[in-house]
Design a protein around this ligand. Structure first.
Ligand SMILES: NC(=O)C1=CN([C@@H]2O[C@H](COP(=O)(O)OP(=O)(O)OC[C@H]3O[C@@H](n4cnc5c(N)ncnc54)[C@H](OP(=O)(O)O)[C@@H]3O)[C@@H](O)[C@H]2O)C=CC1
Ligand SMILES: Cc1cn([C@H]2C[C@H](O)[C@@H](COP(=O)(O)OP(=O)(O)O[C@H]3O[C@@H](C)C(=O)[C@@H](O)[C@H]3O)O2)c(=O)[nH]c1=O
Length: 286
C-alpha cells in the first residue's frame, strides 16, 4: 500500500489534499502540520522517516509571503531552500518519492507565450529565488522527485486572492487591482487532485512539470470574475491600475504550458473560470 506523508498540512494546499484524499481510498495518508513536523528541524525529520515507511512525500510546507520575503530573505531561504534540501536528501535515503510544489515566480516574466519546463528561470523577487534554490537542491540530492510548478493558487482555505477580494467586497471597500501581470489563477483543489493522480498513475516519469488551470487572466480580470460570479460586481467599486505599489517585483507574464503533464502524467487541465465557478458553487468561503 502507498503511504503518503503530507507536510504543511494546515496550509491551503495541504487542506485541499486532505479533502481530495477521500477519493483515493487505496492510499494511506499521514498529514502533519508545522507544529507536528517542522521541516527545518533535521532531527524531527529523521525521526519521522525512521518511524514510518513512506512511499511518497508531498511537500506543501513553504514560506509563501511574497511581500514579506523581501525583508525576511533568510527565513524564506531557510524554509524554501535549506529545509527542502534536507527533506529531499532524507527522501532519497529512504527511497521515498518526493512530490514538491514550486511556482511560476521562478520566471522573470519576459516571455510572451506560455512557459515550458525547459525555459530559463530568472526569478525577480526573493520568494521566487528561494523557491528556485529549493528546486535546484532537489535535483542535486534526490533521484525520485516530481517538482510541480503552479501559479496563483486559491481555494476555500487559507489566505489567497479570492478570499481577499470577497473580504474587501464584504467590507464595502473600493478595489484597485493591477493589470500588470498576466497568469493563470489555479484552484488548489485541482492541484491537490492532480498530485494524487500522479501518484495513482504509478509510472516513474520523474522531473519538473507545470500544472495550472488553463487559460489566462490579469489579477484585475480574476477580481472582476470573482465579483461577477458572486453577484457583487454592481455593489463594489472596482478599478484597474497599472502601477499598484508593492515591495516585491512580480513577473509580468507567467502563464505555464501544461502539455508535458498532460502527455506524460495524463493530467487534464481545467479552465480557470470554470474551476472558479465550481469552488464558489460547491464550497463555503468564510
Ligand atoms: N499560494 C500560491 O499562490 C502559490 C503557492 N505555490 C506553492 O504551493 C505550495 C503550497 O502553497 P499554499 O498551500 O498556498 O501555502 P500556505 O502558506 O497556505 O501553506 C504553507 C504551509 O506550510 C507551513 N510551514 C511554513 N514553514 C514550515 C516549516 N518550517 N515546516 C512545516 N511547515 C511549514 C505554513 O505554516 P504557517 O502558515 O504557520 O507558517 C503553512 O501551513 C508552496 O510550496 C508554495 O510555494 C505555488 C504557486 C502559487
Ligand atoms: C490586495 C491587492 C493586490 N494587488 C496586486 C498585488 C499583486 O501584484 C497581485 C496579487 O497579489 P497577492 O498578494 O494576492 O498575490 P502574490 O503574493 O503575488 O501571489 C503569488 O503568491 C505566491 C505564493 C505564488 O507562488 C504566486 O504564484 C502567486 O500566487 O495583485 C492589487 O493590485 N490590488 C489589491 O488590492
Amino acid at each position: 500500500m502507498k503511504k503518503i506523508l503530507v507536510t504543511g498540512a494546515n496550509g491551503q494546499l495541504g487542506r485541499c489534499i486532505k479533502d481530495a484524499s477521500s477519493r483515493f481510498p487505496d492510499f494511506q495518508f499521514v498529514f502533519v502540520s508545522k507544529e507536528e513536523l517542522n521541516i527545518e528541524d533535521l532531527d524531527s525529520l529523521n525521526h519521522f522517516f525512521n518511524k514510518h515507511n513512506f512511499s511518497h512525500c508531498i511537500n506543501t510546507a513553504a514560506y509563501t509571503n511574497v511581500e514579506k520575503a523581501e525583508s525576511e530573505k533568510e527565513r524564506a531561504f531557510a524554509i524554501n531552500a535549506e529545509a527542502v534540501k534536507n527533506l529531499a536528501s532524507i527522501c532519497n535515503r529512504n527511497e521515498t518519492v518526493l512530490l514538491h510544489v514550486s511556482t511560476d515566480y521562478v520566471f522573470d516574466g519576459k516571455k510572451q507565450s506560455p512557459y515550458l519546463e525547459t525555459d530559463d528561470t530568472n526569478p525577480i523577487n526573493v520568494y521566487g529565488s528561494s523557491k528556485l534554490k529549493g528546486e535546484q537542491y532537489i535535483q542535486e540530492v534526490c533521484d525520485k522527485f516530481y517538482i510541480f510548478r503552479t501559479s496563483w493558487l486559491y481555494s476555500q482555505y487559507g489566505h489567497n486572492f479570492l478570499k481577499t477580494i470577497l473580504k474587501y467586497a464584504h467590507e464595502g471597500k473600493s478595489l484597485t487591482i493591477t493589470t500588470e501581470q498576466v497568469g493563470t489563477p489555479t484552484n488548489a483543489n485541482d492541484l491537490a487532485n492532480a498530485l494524487l493522480q500522479s501518484i495513482a498513475i504509478d509510472i516513474e516519469a520523474y522531473g519538473i512539470y507545470h500544472y495550472s488551470n488553463s487559460g489566462e487572466s490579469t489579477w484585475y480580470g480574476f477580481a472582476k470574475a470573482i465579483l461577477q460570479e458572486t453577484g457583487k460586481l454592481e455593489d463594489v467599486k472596482l478599478a484597474k491600475t497599472n502601477h499598484y505599489r508593492t515591495f516585491a517585483k512580480r513577473p509580468a507574464y507567467s502563464v505555464l504550458d501544461n502539455a508535458k503533464a498532460t502527455n506524460a502524467l495524463n493530467l487534464q487541465q481545467i479552465n480557470w473560470l470554470k474551476s472558479l465557478q465550481s469552488v464558489l458553487k460547491n464550497t463555503v468561503i468564510d
